[in-house]
Design a binder for this molecule. Structure first.
Ligand SMILES: Cc1ncc(COP(=O)(O)O)c(C=O)c1O
Length: 443
């Protein structure tokens, strides 16, 4: 552990200049929580306390913190080739990473476009979907369908298809032509479901109503998180995603899975598409792609989508889209080293062996004070708390108290979301849920 990491005496940084994202800045700056190091399953804070990471950072550090293999690959890449554009140029790492990644996707999802974040990947996917139809002679297919409570990042397209009201406020309608399907959560029908709820597949049929209202020839794509994450982990009802797929097929609508959270082993398979046995047309990924160590996002597309773009022009640029850092050499090096770890340590299948213990530990909270629902799948869990007249206040208090108790959880309104690194040990699973139970019983 470095000196800075463990030394409370290192000078406190001035906090004013940094406008923190998705943070109550004024509140934070009166009582800052500063992390200075991380190793394995633990963060270290400025006071030198160890905090068990129940959220893999922000759903991203799937292989655990401080992996020397990734650090070495990144350092080596910086010294070998620090930067190279992917516009009309290339470097081997981007092609190697692409080739390895597509092998993790089911079916013919065999081409990948690189971005630097999940938000960029979402907007890229939406643009690909719209352009795909235009190139196929259906330029009228410009509308998009998202869902209530969805989180698809913070760029304008993602906010438009997203369904979290606070994020949409001011900006949600800047990208017109979006409809939202109802979310699938209903306490009366599916509270305390273990794994996938049995009730709710028919909610997918709402897509038929959108088609009826707008006309199939106006709709480009439907985007869904296979398991909702940021809103508090909502697991799809049995058959729901299959039904969406069928309706999309019936009407020539593309189906996009936003797997920024569910990708890279979270459910025990490389991607949720495989877990649910539903084949999307595009898959959005980020986070676990580089173990959260270097920013990177990706959009996977099926062969027919790539082919249509390639066939649409003689030899010029096929898609006028990309980022300065698309396929950044350092991100690619981090990605390759991350995939090596996932493979060598069998981390995706490890989730399958932990999932039952995780589910049992999560559902042990049933009956705990304030708990009105528990949801789980793979190494994901959501714990819903009885709301108060101050939405989000109770969830935030649990987050703060757990932090004080040495466990890092995520508050999503009055839901506690959990998504630990896939290297978690059974005793650490117990530690997380015991801390939450203790904290809740004291509130
Ligand atoms: C499902 C989903 N999509 C998109 C994003 C946005 O990713 P980023 O924060 O990397 O832009 C997130 C982030 O949590 C996410 O959970």
């Amino acid at each position: 552990m470095s000196e800075v990491a463990s030394s409370p005496s290192s000078p406190a940084p001035a906090l004013d200049a940094f406008w923190m994202p998705f943070t109550a800045n004024r509140q934070f700056k009166t009582n800052p929580r500063l992390l200075t190091a991380a190793q394995g399953m633990y963060y270290t804070d400025r006071e030198g306390r160890q905090i068990l990471d129940g959220t893999a950072g922000l759903w991203c550090v799937n292989a655990g913190h401080g992996r020397p293999e990734i650090a070495a690959a990144v350092q080596q890449q910086l010294l070998q080739l620090d930067y190279a554009s992917s516009f009309q140029m290339g470097h081997p790492g981007a092609f190697q990473l692409a080739d390895r990644l597509v092998k993790l996707l089911p079916g013919d999802l065999n081409h990948v476009f690189f971005t630097n974040s999940g938000s960029e990947a979402v907007d890229t996917a939406l643009k690909i979907a719209i352009a795909y139809h235009a190139l196929g002679g259906e330029p009228s297919r410009q509308r998009l369908v998202g869902r209530e409570r969805a989180y698809h990042g913070v760029n304008l397209g993602g906010v438009a298809v997203g369904g979290i009201a606070t994020n949409r406020r001011f900006f949600g309608d800047l990208t017109p032509g979006v409809d939202h399907l109802r979310h699938t959560h209903d306490l009366a029908h599916n509270a305390f479901s273990r794994g996938q709820p049995l009730w709710g597949a028919a909610l997918a049929d709402e897509l038929e109503q959108v088609v009826e209202k707008r006309g199939a020839d106006a709709i480009a794509a439907v985007i869904v998180e296979p398991v909702y994450g940021a809103t508090g982990v909502l697991v799809p009802p049995v058959g729901y995603l299959q039904r969406l797929r069928q309706i999309c097929d019936r009407h020539g609508i593309l189906l996009i899975f936003d797997e920024v959270i569910t990708g890279f082993g979270r459910l025990g398979t490389p991607f949720a598409a495989e877990y649910f046995d539903v084949m999307p047309d595009l898959v959005v990924a980020a986070k676990g792609l580089t173990n959260g160590n270097i920013p990177m996002g990706a959009v996977f597309v099926r062969q027919g989508i790539y082919d249509r773009f390639m066939a649409a022009s003689d030899s010029g640029i096929e898609f006028f889209h990309g980022y300065t850092y698309s396929g950044h050499p350092v991100a690619c090096a981090a990605g390759l080293a991350t995939l090596d770890i996932y493979e060598a340590e069998g981390l995706f299948s490890r989730v399958q062996t932990l999932a039952a213990a995780w589910e049992a530990a999560a559902h042990s909270l049933k009956g705990t004070r304030h708990v009105i629902d528990v949801r789980n799948l793979g190494l994901l869990a959501g714990i819903e708390l009885d709301p108060t007249d101050k939405p989000g206040a109770r969830g935030f208090e649990v987050f703060l108290r757990c932090f004080e108790a040495g466990v890092f959880v995520r508050a999503a309104g009055d839901n506690i979301a959990l998504s630990p690194p896939l290297i978690i040990q059974p005793a650490q699973i117990d530690q997380i849920f015991t801390a939450i139970a203790t904290v809740l019983s004291q509130m």
